[in-house]
Design a protein around this ligand. Sequence first.
Ligand code: ADP
Ligand code: MG
Ligand code: ZN
Length: 212
Amino acid sequence: MSQVHVGAHPGRIEVITGPMFSGKSEELIRRLKRAQIAKLRVICFKPDLDARYHRTAIASHSSQTLEAITVANVEALKAELFPVIDQIEVIGVDETQFFDASLLPLSLELVHLGKRVILAGLDTTFAGEPFPPVPDLMAVSDEVTKLSAVCMQCGAPAIHTQRLGSNQSLVLVGAAGLYEARCRRCFRPYVDEQGAKQLELPTGADQVPPSP
Ligand code: ADP
Ligand code: MG
Ligand code: ZN
């Protein structure tokens, strides 16, 4: 009987996504720790602009930590990973949204090597738009876990990350009080010029049809 058999362990790409405070890092740490308990060899990376808690670990808002290697970009991640790739079964990445699009071909390469790749990151920006490269990674993954947080205004399940105040930089990271989780109803992505007032999302009803 003929068999298509690429390797003993087929690889797997898992994406853990959702807004800030939804428990992505917690879930990534949980999966990686379980893999370690199963005696699988684990390596974890995070981008170096997330210096919130530890430069040598990933951390959740609930203070769970796991050893991680801080890397500047995907090239630096590869430079750390490939020399030890034969000794690694599970590769974790936190704050995936801060890596560039080359994480996608790298993830596919790793999965073809039979690795389990677990990617945690924001699916949307503070403007409520898809946050590359996470949506593309979701598309090629085996499994997507989309978590919600708790809306800090009303307590409903929250899918959005609200930027508080007027700083519109995309990669401003983590400082306490700068972001909160919001549901669709409470989310206010646009801020007026003085940063004084968070404006409503334009709705379809407000839109004037284009003139012919
Ligand atoms: P993420 O990586 O998605 O930002 P973390 O795993 O770091 O999330 O943190 C999740 C933890 O944050 C929760 O278990 C809870 O203790 C705490 N937390 C703080 N604010 C909220 C919120 N608005 N909704 C849910 N959890 C929150
Ligand atoms: Mg996190
Ligand atoms: Zn709400």
